[in-house]
Design a protein around this ligand. Structure first.
Ligand SMILES: Cc1ncc(COP(=O)(O)O)c(C=O)c1O
Length: 394
């Protein structure tokens, strides 16, 4: 339809003008870190420092074997919502394992992390209620908050003092309140101030929810951000995903028995969506086996990130995610292209994924990155990136 195509073309011209037009680049992942990217008829081998497969488990032989065996036994798809006929027997095992790792009574697996966040918050929080959300929380935590139709108040990134002030002035006007935050921030790599937020949640009778997509498997001995501080914290809603360190796909919530029972009944993205394919569930169980057996392996991505920040002269990494904020989208793209020319894949992250004026390179480190490549990357970053930053200076 002409008016529809004209609309799309106009929107795209505007994105082009602002260097914000994104395109899909065909990229074959050869193993945990090496990829082959297609440039027209050419293919080029690159080492990726922008993948969330922190433990290299997406390519691990034992995990692939578990997925293959599950396909042979249970087939490809789940066939229906888990409440109808899609609840194949592997789910109970995975949920028991997740709950054990996270120290909760129960767990519920969703089709993806995005679906989990879009379903959990509206199932627990309604129009009369209050959501306080860290301004840099992941897009899907925002989606869940907005879908709840509650009063949503963002707080400054990591600012527990502002949370206290907001609870002080607003908590009394709402029957229920939720504090929602990433545990490890996906684009900044820092940790939420969970000890302070947990204390405030208790004092003001607010429910604390963490999105620990980037914490599971790599922080707190592999158990996630709730376990990364000196004392064990009370986080009644621990959400996460199976798509990062676990190496596969799917999302989950760890919580108490009654909360999980309610989620089964009220979370629309659980009730009205097909269950996760059996292969993904079996792969996640095998991944958890590995993480629980070898916490030393789970510590490697953060160690490698710290090696990089030391060599590149950047602030010490707090997680396997290291941001290098450049500023304008065009400069971040230029820096990314320079690294790519030297064989490194580090995709530029631009608005609206990050706030305007904070386009960046986002480096991620995995257990299987060779140290020699980390050293080469750090030297290149020292050389290349300041030039890119200067090129946009006023
Ligand atoms: C912090 C955070 N939460 C949730 C998600 C969504 O998870 P999924 O990719 O499993 O939908 C992501 C990443 O994609 C993420 O980075």
């Amino acid at each position: 339809m002409q008016s529809l195509d004209d609309f799309a073309a106009g929107k795209l011209r505007e994105l082009d003008r602002r260097n914000l037009h994104r395109v899909l680049a065909t990229t074959d992942r050869l193993d945990g870190v090496f990829v082959e990217r297609q440039y027209g008829q050419q293919r080029k081998r690159l080492i990726s420092f922008c993948c969330n497969d922190y433990l290299g488990l997406s390519q691990h032989p034992a995990i692939k074997a578990a997925a293959t065996a599950a396909i042979a036994r249970h087939g490809i798809g789940s066939g229906a919502s888990r409440l109808v006929t899609g609840n194949h027997p592997l789910f109970a095992e995975l949920e028991r394992r997740l709950a054990r790792l996270k120290g909760s009574q129960a767990a519920c697996v969703f089709g993806s992390g995005y679906l989990a966040n879009a379903g959990i918050i509206p199932a627990l929080i309604g129009p009369a209620d209050l959501v306080l959300i860290d301004e840099l929380s992941h897009a899907c935590l925002w989606t869940g908050a907005r879908l709840s139709r509650s009063t949503v108040l963002p707080f400054r990134h990591g600012d527990a003092a502002q949370v206290e002030a907001l609870l002080g002035s607003h908590r009394g006007h709402h029957p229920r309140a939720l504090i929602a935050t990433d545990g490890v921030f996906s684009m900044d790599g820092d940790l939420a101030p969970l000890p302070q937020l947990a204390e405030l949640a208790k004092r003001f009778d607010a429910w604390l929810m963490t999105d620990d997509a980037h914490g599971l498997g790599v922080i707190g001995g592999g158990r996630g951000s709730t376990f990364a501080f000196s004392s064990r914290l009370d986080v009644p809603l621990q959400m996460g995903t199976l798509s990062k360190a676990i190496g596969g796909y799917g999302g989950y919530l760890c919580a108490s028995d009654p909360v999980i029972d309610l989620i089964h009944n009220r979370a629309r993205t659980f009730v009205y969506a097909t269950g996760l394919p059996p292969a993904m569930v079996a792969a996640a169980i095998a991944a958890l086996d590995l993480i629980e057996r070898d916490p030393g392996y789970a510590a490697l991505p953060l160690m490698k990130a710290k090696t990089f920040t030391r060599l590149a002269g950047l602030p010490e990494a707090q997680s396997p995610i290291v941001p290098l904020i450049i500023g304008e989208a065009e400069a971040a793209l230029a820096a990314s292209r320079q690294l790519e020319a030297e064989g490194f894949l580090v995709t530029a992250i631009r608005p609206p994924t990050v706030p305007a004026g904070t386009a960046r390179l986002r480096f991620t480190f995995t257990a299987i990155h060779p140290d020699s490549e980390i050293e080469r990357l750090a030297a290149l970053v020292r050389k290349v990136v300041p030039q890119s930053v200067e090129s946009v200076a006023p």
